[in-house]
Write a protein that binds this ligand. Sequence first.
Ligand SMILES: *Cc1c(COP(=O)(O)O)cnc(C)c1O
Length: 225
Amino acid sequence: MTLASRYQAVKSQVADAARKHGRSLDDIELIVISKNHPVGLVEELYDLGQRHFGENRDQEAAPKAAATASLAGITWHFVGQLQSNKVKSVLNYAKYLHSVDRSSLLSALAKELSKTPINVKCFVQLNLTDDPGRGGIQPSDLMSFADSVATVPGIELQGVMGVAALDRDPRIDFETIAHCSAQLTSAHPRAKYISAGMSHDFEQALEFGATHLRIGTAITGNRNP
Ligand SMILES: *Cc1c(COP(=O)(O)O)cnc(C)c1O
């Protein structure tokens, strides 16, 4: 299969899943995760109409964003763990951060944003495991953390983000994310978005209200050896 055919196939699977679960495609953003692939792949997908792209490492994202900066309407999402010392670089190109997952990162963001007039859209990443070492905000801490995110000038709180565990039905985690989202919107009505769903579980994520799908390999294929 070619890149174009994989892209069209995933788009029609997303449309089918949306219809099945009573969701409007207008409420769903497909983000293609281009990590481990050259900038040519981004350009080819752009020519096919794709505008939202995501990366999980600044070292790889920064040069790709620079190389595609002249493409009108291209929008970069940062979806991986973000080290505080990379915040300045990431804010140069990313309009969305999906992985605001700790207070120290929030402080680094606040400090950097205080120096520039830019805005960044942020998701709070949830830890859906029982292991606090995994990173992410425990659901029980979401409300207090979200309150502090929402007070940072320059940050637009979007909602919650999560990665479903691979070793069980992803619906379990997507249901938790949906509950967290409902709780969050009761205090922050505009933070109604849900970043969830990857190549292997986007249909289930759509069933539980995902609005921002982060899809890599189903579209990009595996990196050429
Ligand atoms: C790589 C990555 C994805 C995409 O994963 P696929 O299984 O290739 O679709 C989504 N979200 C995050 C945070 C990632 O790092």
